[in-house]
Design a protein around this ligand. Structure first.
Ligand SMILES: C[S@@+](CC[C@H](N)C(=O)[O-])C[C@H]1O[C@@H](n2cnc3c(N)ncnc32)[C@H](O)[C@@H]1O
Length: 248
């Protein structure tokens, strides 16, 4: 833990309060260039997306960004109806401007999952599969349970939540801890230079929050990946947490 520097309460509150603004600025700066399309999800979790038979299912992708998961998924499974939301209005505009946007298949909307009721927007628990990919890590721990309950409220009984996110012990967490820059909120949560939050999940925490929100565990695993950072000419060994829960 050498070099670790904790933020003052003032800055912790400020970063938490300005999270939405920080992400919207992120999309103003990076537009659609930052995240790569995610082509692995349908391969690793095909049965949750109605594959291989291309069954007509209803999906909700929360924290969808500019659609890096939505459009690759729709390409391999055109029978999906995909609701997708993000709290950055700019990100949602990019989803709508995408060349593959199809208003009969893709339904983007602005929503802060920590406080805006998804049930009010969707009207009923109509979701077969909800995807939360690198979004819950942007939310402070005290808001996790409330947010996950919000997600649970729109999933059909027997439907699934598919999760992948940062894991405790990951290379990026070690970097925060040794950088010397003041970035720590608590041992699991850090602030990036652009003001966005990054929570590194412990298995026991996410398992407890999901259980309390009415989910039964299907799988929860650590996955190791080597990620290329071409700009910095780096190969990073990353550890993510990946899981599936069933709405009881
Ligand atoms: C790391 S990006 C992941 C984007 C996308 N899921 C993907 O896998 O490429 C995190 C996204 O979550 C969104 N986000 C963060 N907190 C949120 C919240 N409270 N409600 C809705 N979206 C949120 C951010 O705006 C950002 O687009």
């Amino acid at each position: 833990m050498s070099g670790i520097s904790k933020l003052s309460d003032f800055w912790v509150e400020k970063y938490k309060k300005e999270s939405k603004k920080s992400w919207d600025k992120f999309y103003k700066r990076n537009e659609t260039r930052f995240f790569k399309d995610r082509h692995w999800l349908d391969r690793e979790f095909d049965c949750y997306f109605g594959l291989p038979d291309k069954l007509p299912l209803t999906i909700l992708e929360v924290g969808c960004g500019v659609g890096n998961l939505v459009y690759p998924l729709l390409e391999v499974q055109p029978n999906l109806k995909i609701y997708c939301c993000d709290f950055s209005p700019r990100a949602i505009d990019f989803v709508k401007k995408h060349s593959c946007y199809n208003e009969n298949r893709v339904f983007p909307f602005v929503n802060d999952i920590t406080e805006d009721s998804l049930l009010e927007v969707l009207g009923s628990a109509c979701i077969d599969t909800l995807t939360a990919i690198f979004v819950l890590s942007a939310i402070p721990r005290e808001k996790q349970l409330r947010s996950i309950k919000n997600l649970a409220s729109v999933i059909k009984p027997g439907g699934h939540l598919v999760f992948r996110d940062y894991c405790d012990g990951d290379f990026a967490q070690e970097k925060f801890m040794t950088s010397g820059d003041p970035s720590m909120i608590d041992e699991q949560t850090f602030v990036r230079q652009d003001g966005t939050l990054s929570l590194f999940f412990r298995e026991e925490d996410i398992a407890e929050w999901m259980k309390s929100a009415g989910f039964g565990l299907v799988t929860l695993d650590r996955v190791n990946r080597t990620v290329d950072n071409r700009k910095r000419n780096l190969n990073m060994k990353r550890t993510f947490l990946q899981g599936v829960w069933k709405k009881l």
